[in-house]
Design a protein around this ligand. Sequence first.
Ligand SMILES: Cc1cc2nc3c(=O)[nH]c(=O)nc-3n(C[C@H](O)[C@H](O)[C@H](O)COP(=O)(O)OP(=O)(O)OC[C@H]3O[C@@H](n4cnc5c(N)ncnc54)[C@H](O)[C@@H]3O)c2cc1C
Length: 388
Amino acid sequence: MANNEFPSILISGASVAGPALAYWLVRYGFPVTIVERNAGGPRPGGQAIDVRGPALEVAERMGVLAEIRERAVRMRGMSMVDADGREVYRSEEQTLTGGDLSSPDVEILRDDLADTIMRAAGNGVEYVFGDSIASLDEHDGGVDVVFESGARRTFGVVVGADGLHSTTRRIAFGPEESFLNLLGTYLAVWTAPNFLGLDRWQVFHQVPDSDWGGGVMSVRDNTESRVYLGFQRETPLRYDFRDIAEQKKIMADEFAGKGWVIPQFLMHMWNAPDFHFDAMAQVRLDHWSRGRVVLLGDAGYCGSPLSGQGTSMALIGAYVLAGELHRAGGDHVRAFAEYEAKLRDFVKANQDLAYINKRRVEAELEGREDPDLPNFTEVVNSYTVEDY
Ligand SMILES: Cc1cc2nc3c(=O)[nH]c(=O)nc-3n(C[C@H](O)[C@H](O)[C@H](O)COP(=O)(O)OP(=O)(O)OC[C@H]3O[C@@H](n4cnc5c(N)ncnc54)[C@H](O)[C@@H]3O)c2cc1C
């Protein structure tokens, strides 16, 4: 039940962070609205992402852990192949995307996780699809929001959970160039038929010393597959983040003439229902809130796929932000300060994993140990879930 004493909350973005925050806020009695730019429902697509460490505990407290284990990709293993598709390496202990298969971590498609969380958040959340925040005007009583559709409403708090290229962040904090650190790699992911007949298996191909690579994994009971292709580029690419046709063209040009089954991947790309392309990048800000506006998940502290921790940070961030708003009785000033104080070190250490993972892979490829690398598991578990 909404509590009239509590500020109304507008969340921008219905992927992982936004609905997870809504889940908790509705239970604490806050009126919650989510605006999502994608029309007709949540955006499909994305690779299999990992939920691990304290994020598993958060998922358990949300009552969704059993479902996300059920919907997990549950890989049996992986192969590396050469340009002719011949297997050059094989493992049933680990995969490139999910790591050690015996760990308790859950590897699940991003859109399947988002769907589970949205359904768990329930009917108490108001959703507005196909719209976006256009301007924010803060005053003593709240934030006046004008939407791109022209609608105008006032909320007590606005949360930017709208990802790496967050509109909320741009409006409240400034242009993204000031906060984005590009990591020199671009990655595209899309759905294709499981034309290789993979059985809960992933196959990757990388030419040694080349600046590109890619792979495929069967998903959803082998009824389809997700293709991943990435390439390195030291100078930033200029493209429109919302122009999918332009992004597909970049991929087609980049991968023209490449071996293995890449021509088939590209053929399926043109009609893929869920193409996603982005730079691997991190977001680092001095503060995650400004007045009544606060950032959550990738919008505030994207770790990049290289960290492997973006989704877990989003789930933990949502739990802590909602918990602190509840504990502070809706006082956003106190809540935002606590949210940041409790998570900043954890977030920084997890973002740093992107660089550490890179060094670890380099050391493994060169057959040597790097004794100075922080322990991945310790970093992942360096936040202890509080009770709110
Ligand atoms: C389609 C898609 C594919 C992805 N693929 C991968 C992947 O392959 N590998 C990986 O590591 N991470 C991927 N991510 C990012 C990953 O989901 C996040 O790192 C992590 O789960 C944290 O999620 P988030 O909710 O903070 O942000 P995101 O998952 O990025 O979600 C942001 C949400 O905000 C919405 N949005 C954007 N702009 C606006 C706006 N102006 N108004 C309203 N809504 C807006 C987006 O449509 C999206 O639903 C993907 C995200 C998306 C949206």
